[in-house]
Unconditional design. Sequence first.
Length: 153
Amino acid sequence: MDEQTLRQLGELLLSSIPAIFGLLIVWAGYRRIVYTRLQQVLAEREALTEGAIREAKQEIATAEERTAEYERRVREARAQIFLAQEQHSRRTAEERSQALAEARKHAEGMVKAARTNVEKDVEAAKAALQQQADVLANRIIETVLGSAAGMGS
């Protein structure tokens, strides 16, 4: 290499030293003033964000637990309503059966009483017919005997 080129290169290096020191000072100032504070703010934001996410997850879990509890209570209430309806249906069916049995007994009693009355009426009618037949037979006998006695005289 040429001596002149080496000298120019040396001068260039010497003239760039203040720029290098300036850059190092700016970099150190940036690190100290901006970067450190920026890292603190980012860390605070991260902590707040994570805290908010944690709280949101806890609230979601609580809401899910409440929802599950609500659904369980709804199922229990529906089961109780179903059981109450079943019991009411059974009671109604039993009451209906009892009412029908009582109505049958009452109807059978009425039929039995009516048969008894009809049988009594039949017996009374037979007795009345028998008495009327006896009276008519006696009249016929008297008429026949009276006519035969009148013919013989």
